[in-house]
Design a protein around this ligand. Sequence first.
Ligand code: GAL
Length: 388
Amino acid sequence: MKKRVLALALSATMALSLTACGGGTSTSSNPPADGSTAPEGGGTQKIGISMPTQSLERWNRDGSYLDQQFKDAGYETILTYSDNDTNRQVNDIQNMIAEDVDLLVVAAIDGEALNTVMNEAGEAGIPIIDYDRLIMNDNVSYYVSFDNYTVGTLQGQYVVDTLDLDNAAGPFNMEFTAGDPADNNAGYFFQGAVDVLQPYIDSGKLNVVSGQTDFDTVATDKWDTQTALERAQNVLASYYADGTQVDVWLCSNDSTALGVTQAIQSDYAGSNQPIITGQDGDEANLKNIVDSLQSMTVYKAVANEAVVTLDLGKAILNGDTIDESLISASGWEFDCSFDTESYSTSDGHNCPSFLLVPDVVTKDNMMEKLVDTGYYTQDADGYLHPAA
Ligand code: GAL
């Protein structure tokens, strides 16, 4: 089995490292799992891994997978979670620079707010892998993420297919809940969905009853569930209290979908179950999908995102030429593309990117996509839990 991460093997460590991290910092290293000596270049090279928070479920998995991947490869790691506090993340990364790390892996809380510390890392000659969320700083060496625009188009297309918008008479009523405006990804998710749905909005087949269709109005600070809940309650009270039906609520991820679902359950006068979209495969949302309270989520196998980051990190530290040949050389058993056009850290400064492929998960295919792959287990009630 080459490079296909069995989440089962990693998740056991995840439980351990979560205890160890508790939102703070952990520093550790293992002898190389394959019995080899320390990585090329002599000595134990050190990797700084900066994650945004533990309050959003997926980042706990990202941090653990990344930590385990680099430790198993013989590197020393410093893993931090910055509690969605940008000043704390700056401080965490500055500490890593002071610890003389050989590589930084950073998932930014705010893609615009790390310039100073990214510049400091650049001045220190430390390469930076920008993990999942693009940082607007030219010192970033490479970007590893999922195709963020495609996440949105998958959500939009799910709505088109489920309502059969090309044939149904309509009109159908819908609302949007987007992500954190400080997160560069949120704009891509939203635009991908809007680009699919806009023709149906223009034709009147889809009707945004609140009229709230611009990103800034429908955005959700910090992707916060309670914030999404309260805005959805306000929209329902203002536009749907007269019994108007809402057929679709396009949510950019699971933490916001959780809030919208709670609002629908507590404050919606209609009798129908709206289509509600999401992203990440968070445990509570997978339960809602089993219970038909949420319709779908876009799953991103972050275990594989960690594998790409490890192999890219190795290549950087070995001084290898980095291009699409890394994909074939690494033998990954999952799809990944090398993209030099889609993401730029400043005008005209494109950031070479490795983009993995997101996947639609519904009640009908969650066993195949999530349980058979080893990422989740299913309990006697049919609910899914991260593999432990
Ligand atoms: C995004 C990430 C998504 C989403 C959100 C909350 O940047 O790509 O998976 O869930 O953050 O963590």
